[in-house]
Design a protein around this ligand. Sequence first.
Ligand SMILES: NC(=O)C1=CN([C@@H]2O[C@H](COP(=O)(O)OP(=O)(O)OC[C@H]3O[C@@H](n4cnc5c(N)ncnc54)[C@H](OP(=O)(O)O)[C@@H]3O)[C@@H](O)[C@H]2O)C=CC1
Ligand SMILES: O=C(O)C1=N[C@H](C(=O)O)C[C@H](O)C1
Length: 249
Amino acid sequence: MKIALLGYGKMGKMIEGIALDRNHEIVLKIDENNTHELTIENLRKADVAIEFSTPHTVLDNIYKCIESKTPLVVGTTGWYGHLQQVKDACVEANSSVMYGSNFSVGVNIFFQISKMAAKMMNNFSDQYDVCMEEIHHIHKLDSPSGTAITIAEDILEEFKEKRQWVDVNAENSDDVTLHKPENLIINSFREGEVPGTHVVLYDSDVDRIELKHVAHGRQGFALGAVLAAEWLPGKAGFYSVKEMYDFKV
Ligand SMILES: NC(=O)C1=CN([C@@H]2O[C@H](COP(=O)(O)OP(=O)(O)OC[C@H]3O[C@@H](n4cnc5c(N)ncnc54)[C@H](OP(=O)(O)O)[C@@H]3O)[C@@H](O)[C@H]2O)C=CC1
Ligand SMILES: O=C(O)C1=N[C@H](C(=O)O)C[C@H](O)C1
């Protein structure tokens, strides 16, 4: 397949390596310095585009791909407030977009485990409280992580004591008003070069249950994005990575 890489940073470079190993060809690489090359004409030379740029640039890139009808895999996080508009634009144009807060198979298994646990724990919400932690490298621009938001929204669907998630980070950690029983607290930490760690904690007076996913590097995210780029072409519509993995449980 001919692949366009929109964003050629830590993820874009790792995706390039995996795509070449799987006999794909990279026909376009866009970073901050050559955005003028991101034209409809150039996008149409690709069978699929993979977007790992920044929360500030992702929306323009998505809309360009929708306009050119280039199937697009979006890994960039920090834009989910615009999800419905993007979905509507994609469907109206009969284009193909898949987004995912995390493309690794391990995290997608973790999503399922966490959702199942939340459903069980909902029967014991008089005894257990739930909170989350996410730890990432200091270069990360968004907080909480997209992965943490996906986990939190799954928990909110099942664990009825919680009404909304709230991000507690270096900037607002002194604000005690955030700690209300109905708030699902996500504690976001930025440390060194941590690739991505997510924890769900259920705590009672007598014990604690911890569910934890630790990424050892970015390889799993990058392979998942290439698998998505192989899966998407020919499928018009707006998809989430959960539809690609479609685990049978
Ligand atoms: N869904 C998932 O599985 C994963 C998602 N992510 C997310 O992916 C995103 C990228 O992560 P990462 O690669 O680590 O970040 P980096 O900061 O390493 O890379 C970002 C890249 O985007 C480039 N860029 C800047 N402006 C534009 C633009 N207008 N168009 C295209 N590219 C542009 C930058 O260019 P320059 O180098 O010139 O500054 C850089 O190459 C983040 O949002 C992160 O949260 C990360 C890992 C996994
Ligand atoms: O910025 C990162 O690095 C990562 N971002 C994604 C997220 O926000 O969840 C996925 C992964 O955790 C790494």
